[in-house]
Write a protein that binds this ligand. Structure first.
Ligand SMILES: NC(=O)c1ccc[n+]([C@@H]2O[C@H](COP(=O)([O-])OP(=O)(O)OC[C@H]3O[C@@H](n4cnc5c(N)ncnc54)[C@H](O)[C@@H]3O)[C@@H](O)[C@H]2O)c1
Length: 419
């Protein structure tokens, strides 16, 4: 049987798509920001980091907001990976101030900062009050998200990720209330990303797209979107994810090799945006669950960890996701017309391998500094991310997680389970 026979029947007509009310994409769209912000009121808080706070781009944004008769407060000390004490330092200085709109300018850390700050300024308390799904009790101050990396997709997602030093791990706040009101995606802001950052963030976007597209598909009951923020793959997210995968195939390696290539940067900004749309509704799975303990142990970037793990997770999940993998092969430019589905699916995994290798993602957990003696603990801790494990297309128990982790440590890319 060739792949086309199986490919048309693999999802039921049910879907959920929660998104910002406006999304703008295009070079120099940041110049539209001030007018958009003014619609929300006259007082803006910008959350950004030290590098951007000192940049010409941020200076231009602040000037444009002031020209709209807005008062502007800049918090320029957001730290990468968003440690909780930094969030509280920002909020504690602002509790008595009137803020109408919170603008996050930067990578995922700054955009997530804006989301969490808007929750705390609206509902009080501290981040831990809102960990998990649906714990934010109601609407929050509007957030405008302006990404400067093409990676997390946080500009459109219902999640913010913080580092909690008390728990020694990263924690998520997931709620439709924290989806930014507006996303302004200006790829020219990513031209300054050096190759290593382009690789780590691009791999993050790629994994969002592939894991969302290969996630579990659930029965579309009326309760599902009330019970889960991340409902599993569905036709609405599938079409977005597949187009994002196509854009990654076309442009990630070019953006990595030629940082000044506008077209590749534009493609990657849209790919990251699509990754955010897909992950925020379908959800990601095992590569993300295993990365959390790996990241905590090795202090390596999230995108590098998920990118490294993806080839092993896809091989483990192979029996359940062949039609999707065959479509990924096509989206990544492979000619699958005369191939059986299983062969096209293998070609899909190998095409994913090739892109990750071309952008310098290491191929084994040993390369990240993981020791053999760490493997059991990593597998055990991966189970803590229950919502991610539940979203995997094949049920994952400790033995399954251990098998993936060991394969990733040894660099075992055989197709043993691929029948
Ligand atoms: N909310 C979500 O949906 C979501 C999804 C995935 C990851 N995340 C979180 O996002 C964070 C990671 O975000 P990230 O990968 O975008 O990195 P980041 O925001 O942590 O930034 C990493 C570094 O890149 C620099 N940087 C940002 N833009 C730059 C540019 N244009 N040129 C040069 N340097 C630039 C920053 O100053 C910083 O030093 C993590 O905390 C992760 O957990 C959130």
């Amino acid at each position: 049987m060739t792949c086309t026979h199986l490919l048309d029947t693999d999802t039921a007509p049910f879907g959920v798509l929660r998104l910002p009310r406006s999304i703008l994409v295009g070079s120099n769209q940041r110049q539209a920001l001030a007018h958009i912000a003014r619609e929300f009121g006259s007082s803006a808080l910008i959350c950004t980091d030290a590098r951007l706070a000192a940049s010409d781009e941020l200076h231009e944004i602040v000037t444009a907001l002031k020209q709209q008769s807005m008062t502007v407060e800049v918090y320029g000390e957001t730290e990468a990976e968003l440690p909780v004490p930094g969030i509280m330092a920002c909020v504690d200085g602002l509790r008595e101030r009137r803020i109408d709109v919170v603008i996050g300018v930067g990578g995922g850390s700054c955009m997530d900062m804006a989301k969490v700050v808007s929750v705390l300024l609206t509902h009080g308390g501290e981040p831990s009050d809102y960990y998990g799904e649906f714990a934010v009790p109601g609407p929050v101050l509007p957030v405008i998200a302006v990404p400067t990396t093409a990676g997390t997709g946080s500009e459109v997602t219902a999640i913010a990720v913080v580092s909690d030093p008390k728990l020694g791990m990263k924690m998520g706040i997931s709620s439709p209330h924290i989806i930014p009101a507006v996303a302004v995606c200006d790829p020219s802001l990513t031209l300054t990303c050096p190759p290593a950052l382009t690789a780590a963030t691009g791999a993050d976007a790629f994994v969002h797209l592939v894991e969302s597209y290969t996630a579990i598909a659930r029965q579309g009951t009326p309760e599902l979107a009330r019970e889960r923020v991340f409902i599993g793959r569905n036709p609405l997210t599938d079409s977005i994810a597949l187009e994002g995968i196509r854009l990654v195939g076309r442009s990630l390696v070019t953006a990595y090799r030629e940082p000044g290539n506008d077209k590749a940067r534009g493609d990657m900004m849209v790919a990251a945006l699509y990754g955010g749309m897909a992950l925020s509704n379908a959800g990601t799975a095992a590569a993300h669950a295993i990365q959390y303990p790996v990241g905590a142990l090795t202090h390596t970037p999230h995108g590098v960890g998920v990118g490294l793990l993806l080839p092993y997770v896809l091989r483990h999940n192979f029996p359940a996701i062949q039609p999707q993998l065959a479509r990924i092969a096509e989206a990544l430019g492979k000619d699958t017309r005369d191939l059986a589905v299983a062969d096209a699916a293998r070609a899909g995994i190998e095409a994913v391998d090739d892109i990750l290798a071309a952008i310098g993602i290491p191929s084994t957990l040993a390369d990240l500094g993981v020791q053999e003696g760490d493997l059991d603990r990593i597998a055990e801790l991966s189970q803590n991310s229950k919502r991610l494990i539940d979203n995997n297309p094949v049920p994952l128990d400790l033995a399954g997680l251990t098998a993936i982790t060991r394969a990733a440590f040894e660099g075992d890319r055989s197709f043993r389970s691929c029948h």
